[in-house]
Write a protein that binds this ligand. Structure first.
Ligand SMILES: [Zn+2]
Length: 203
């Protein structure tokens, strides 16, 4: 064995011994009752677990999905009742002239292009982690070439403000929703969360 090789062998052996020592120390600390404070009359309170949001669980900050709209001018219509007070709106209505550009609020993927009776022409975009779905409805038209599976970057054109679906014909707007997806990540279901605080922070 050459000296260099012998030395690295010795170092590796030392590492193994060191690791074993650390592992043994950790184990004995965890299990050693003698390391607890001794007086048995004193009571100890087990600290409550600190509740933190699991990393990456918060929705990502969003960009205004309608071009040229100042976020401070929109109203939070998430909790308004609709359909004759039968359901919560669960979305924001962002008013803009017909044909105004609708742009991706975040990076993501076009999950579904769908036409429905209430939503009209719609886009379902999944965020890069596939935990949230961004829903854009009442579009007048899709951006040319928009297709399912397309990678989107924040600000990419996806369509135009309109009144398709059940939107009043004289009130073009984007109906915009953010949905926390269920673990099975189906585009048509999940829990709506209020997009307003993600778009605009009150000062
Ligand atoms: Zn709406």
């Amino acid at each position: 064995m050459r000296p260099v090789k012998r030395m690295s062998f010795a170092l590796a052996a030392l590492c193994v011994v060191g690791l074993a020592w650390v592992a043994a120390g950790t184990t004995s600390d965890r299990n050693a009752p003698q390391s607890l404070p001794h007086p048995s009359t004193k009571t100890y309170t087990i600290p409550a677990p600190i509740l933190t949001t699991p990393s990456g669980d918060a929705p990502r900050p969003l960009s205004m999905p309608v071009a040229g709209i100042d976020p401070s001018t929109i109203h939070d219509t998430f909790d308004e009742m609709r359909g004759g007070d039968t359901r919560r709106h669960d979305a924001l209505d962002i008013l803009a002239p017909r044909g105004t550009n609708v742009v991706a609020t975040d990076d993501g993927t076009v999950k579904k292009l769908f036409t429905s009776v209430p939503g009209g022409l719609t886009v379902y975009e999944f965020d890069p982690d596939q935990r949230y779905c961004y829903y854009y409805a009442h579009l007048d038209a899709y951006a040319a070439g928009l297709h399912e599976g397309q990678i989107l970057h924040r600000g990419d054109l996806i369509g135009y403000v309109g009144t398709t679906g059940n939107a009043p014909k004289d009130t073009p707007h984007l109906h915009f929703a953010v949905i926390r997806l269920d673990p099975d990540r189906r585009w048509w279901t999940g829990t709506a969360i209020d997009p307003y605080p993600l778009l605009y922070k009150r000062r």
